[in-house]
Design a protein around this ligand. Structure first.
Ligand SMILES: Nc1ncnc2c1ncn2[C@@H]1O[C@H](COP(=O)(O)OP(=O)(O)OP(=O)(O)O)[C@@H](O)[C@H]1O
Ligand SMILES: [Mg+2]
Length: 389
């Protein structure tokens, strides 16, 4: 399955005559003009996007832009006026009541801004709630709930009352309750916006950690652009019910759609967004260490480079060779392997530029970028870093 969610031409009108409002949309009237002339609100207008399995997809926008409307359409708390919502290859708009109930119980869970916990139940009772609805047998229910509680770092609080917990802990319970259900999709509507900045930051780390293990599909709503860029694999920006831009954080920074988006991302700490893989060059001349100095010099001449990566038989980097070294080797009839420079910097592709920028200029060579198996996948010339200093 390539996409777990596919939204097609989704429009949501709040009001008694969606067809009439739709006609106004087709005639080109704006949201405020439609409100004025018909009394109806355009919640969402012709939204299209896809979400891939395991992706954290963030929906961002100012107050009233349609974020909650959109996430509520995904579990049909709001029924769309027009369009399709395909989840797990089914258009959920068309589900009958029974199938919709099953879908909500089994495939999708929601974490709410104001926690949505039951105050008369303790932590583990809250976490077991969805499992009870699903009629999971008692013993299994307890085991799954306990595991979920542990996964969010609340071990030992199983019997605590909700009223005795801090905001951060309450939201951990909310998260545990959603995870205990083991849904395919997790919907999170501004889950951390009620928390203190420090706790919020802690929750971000926690969610990223959890997500690296669980790889759930998450649809996450926020109006906080730094939160969006920190958590989102991709981000969609809504304005007045319309989707303005979808992309990865890097795409937003390197290619903002219009002035509105530019303004929106103004406050983003860009160095915390850009990773080494985003700025690396995939093609950089590699010379087999067994090559003759003459061949190396010819290759360098061809591509106009005076520093090349020297690689072994498996095309794995050994270090750098400079033109001067190659010339010296040629004149003195020596092997290139004697001249390979090892004092270069290697980084994992997912390291943020910010985290290595201090070290980059301690050596004269381009930075080598590697994947998690430590295979070289590109290099970053040092000059590239200058724009981030
Ligand atoms: N039940 C409703 N009836 C009528 N209009 C509604 C209803 N719910 C939302 N709206 C309108 O739809 C638009 C989108 O609202 P929505 O709540 O989805 O925005 P939001 O992006 O979630 O905002 P916030 O950041 O304030 O939560 C707004 O113009 C809002 O006034
Ligand atoms: Mg909202």
């Amino acid at each position: 399955m390539e996409n777990i969610i596919e939204i097609k031409n989704l429009t949501k009108i709040y009001g008694s005559n969606p067809k009439k409002a739709m006609k106004c949309i087709d005639e080109g009237l704006s949201k405020s003009e439609i409100l004025e002339s018909t009394g109806m609100t355009v919640g969402l207008k012709d939204i299209n996007f896809e979400v891939k399995p395991g992706e954290t997809f963030v929906i961002m926008g100012l107050s009233g832009s349609g974020k909650s409307t959109l996430i509520r359409c995904l579990n049909l708390l709001h029924k769309p006026s027009f369009g399709e919502i395909n989840i797990l290859d089914k258009n959920i708009v068309k589900l009958n009541k029974k199938d919709l109930r099953e879908f909500r119980k089994n495939n999708i869970s929601m974490v709410f801004q104001n926690f949505g916990l039951f105050n008369h139940m303790n932590v583990i009772e809250n976490v077991q709630f969805g499992l009870e609805m699903k009629k999971t047998p008692n013993g299994k229910r307890y085991k799954l709930a306990k595991e979920a509680i542990e996964s969010v770092g609340l071990e030992g609080y199983e019997e605590s009352e909700i009223g005795d917990l801090s905001g951060g802990m309450k939201q951990r319970v909310g998260l545990a309750r959603a995870l205990a259900n083991n849904p395919d999709i997790l919907l999170m509507d501004e889950p951390f916006s009620a928390l203190d900045p420090l706790i919020k930051k802690e929750m971000h780390e926690e969610l990223l950690d959890l997500q690296s293990k669980l790889k759930k599909t998450i649809v996450f709503i926020t109006h906080d652009v730094n939160e969006a860029f920190k958590l989102g694999d991709r981000i969609a920006v809504l304005k007045d019910g319309e989707l303005i831009q979808i992309g990865t954080p890097t795409e937003f920074i390197s290619n903002p759609e219009n002035e509105y988006i530019e303004k929106f991302i103004e406050d983003v700490d860009k160095l915390r967004v850009i990773k080494c893989k985003d700025i690396m060059r995939k093609n950089w001349l590699k010379i087999g260490v067994e090559s003759s100095p003459k061949v190396a010099i010819m290759e360098m001449e061809k591509v106009g480079k005076e520093i090349v990566v020297s690689v072994d038989k498996n095309r794995q980097p050994l270090g750098y060779l400079t033109l001067d070294d190659c010339i010296y080797a040629k004149k003195n009839d020596k092997a290139l392997s004697e001249f390979v420079k090892k004092d270069y910097i290697k980084v994992n592709k997912d390291v943020y530029v910010k985290d290595i920028i201090e070290d980059v200029f301690t050596t004269p060579y381009p930075v080598v970028v590697r994947d998690k198996t430590e295979k070289m996948i590109g290099v970053i010339p040092r000059a590239k870093f200058m724009q981030y200093i």
